[in-house]
Design a protein. Sequence first.
Length: 201
Amino acid sequence: MDSWRRLFDRADGWDVDEADVSAALSTVRDDRPAASDAAEERSAPPVDSGPARVVADADVLAADLLVGGDARRALDPLRSHSWTTLLSSERLLSDAEAVIADLTDPDLARDWRERAAAWVDLVSHPAGDHPALATAYRGGAMHLLSFDDRLLSAKAGATLGSRLSVSARHPRAFATLFDAESLYREVVGGEYPGADRDPRE
């Protein structure tokens, strides 16, 4: 299985930006038949939310690999700390894999999927739900990272705040606000020991 370092190096050969990723994800989701979610109809009940539980929408997952920038700065702290959890679902991984395959090549997309699946905690959710929102709800995430303005708008934020214990944030905002030391004290307790994983492995 390729390391993150190797995957990032392989992705450097393509000229892709965040707008390309967002457009490709829109096409993937518009074209995906609802029946493809049938395997996720049986879902576990939601778990208690926690501040170290995070969901990245498929655009952020793909941009982490293909663009770097804000997406990578947001996800690197999660790769660096074993006591944080990136939640995902088969649908989210499939959407990101399809975007990567469309913008680069299927081999890179497949190898990315293998590495990502080994990192995330998978959550199942009902068919037809928005995969990022459903994953956040079912998995108890308090942070949802996305480039989608529909999720980041003030109206969406008010709706999410009233129904779910989750805040949707642009990756840039999450990377700016992430404070590993204070979060460690809240989630684990005791003195923060520093990062305990190599984010490129």
